[in-house]
Design a protein around this ligand. Structure first.
Ligand code: PXP
Length: 250
């Protein structure tokens, strides 16, 4: 497994669809946003098909896949319905995420330890259909080990607590947890991604973790796009990721 010199940026388009759905029409179109992301140098597109379809809808998925060559990372709950959709569409990657409270650990990621039997069934099924399978987990050693045991290829470390922590000791503590989880995951052969709540101000330290191969970022980029445009927002994020990895940011 080769870790890229600069972490890849997957642009999450869920909230383009949130805005579209607010009026129930077709504007703004996530497909247009995917094309803008490609133009800006994004390495992938990420969308979350929720069970309640509150943002991305079923019809968005084939449209996005047809419009761009960027790999699609489909986030979804670990259910039989979603597994069937994924196997039919066959995107590049799947990231299994919690949608119900009971599926979460205290850190907000999947409870792989508690949901071991179900994930041991679903992860290999998705992998056998040719998709890379990632589990969205909190930075917790037991969850990392369990992700490996259910045969996931990747763990995406939940950076929400890090992003919300006050700058100072609290944030340093969250960064330490991410650092340790990333090291352990890499040591046992898992690819490491990270995401949730990342912004221009906090992305640098996560990009600096040498094991991190990919960052998935959405809400901040879509919000920032209101002021500077999506292409400029993504370009700035890429520059900050590169600076973070090369040790030029805090
Ligand atoms: N990674 C995963 C697995 C997610 O579910 C999300 C969306 O919550 C993100 C990354 C992106 O988070 P944000 O929209 O806060 O950047």
């Amino acid at each position: 497994m080769t870790i890229p010199a600069i972490p890849r940026l997957g642009v999450n388009l869920d909230h383009v669809a949130t805005l579209r759905n607010a009026r129930g029409g077709s504007h703004p179109d996530p497909v247009r946003a995917a094309l803008a992301a490609a133009q800006a140098g994004a390495d992938g597109i990420t969308v979350h098909l929720r069970e309640d379809r509150r943002h991305i809808g079923d019809l968005d998925l084939p449209r996005i896949m047809a419009a761009t060559r960027l790999p699609l990372n489909l986030e979804m709950a670990a259910t039989d319905e979603m597994t069937e959709i994924a196997c039919h569409l066959s995107p590049h990657a799947i990231c299994l995420v919690p949608e119900r409270r009971a599926e979460r650990t205290t850190e907000g990621g999947l409870d792989v330890v508690g949901d071991f039997a179900r994930l041991s069934r679903i992860v290999p099924k998705l992998a056998a259909a040719g998709m890379r399978v990632s589990l969205f987990i909190g930075p917790d050693a037991d969850q990392v080990r369990a992700a490996h045991q259910v045969a996931a290829h990747v763990v995406e470390l939940h950076t929400g607590a890090y992003g919300e922590a006050a700058v100072g000791p609290a944030r340093a503590d969250e960064l330490r947890r991410l650092t340790e989880a990333a090291k352990l995951a890499d040591e046992i052969g898992l690819e490491v991604h990270a995401g949730h709540g990342l912004t221009f101000d906090n992305v640098g330290s996560v990009a600096a973790l040498p094991q991190v191969a990919e960052l998935n970022i959405g809400h901040f980029l879509v919000g920032e796009a209101l002021f500077v445009g999506l292409v400029a927002a993504i370009q700035e994020m890429r520059a900050l990721i590169a600076a973070g990895r090369s040790g030029q940011s805090s």
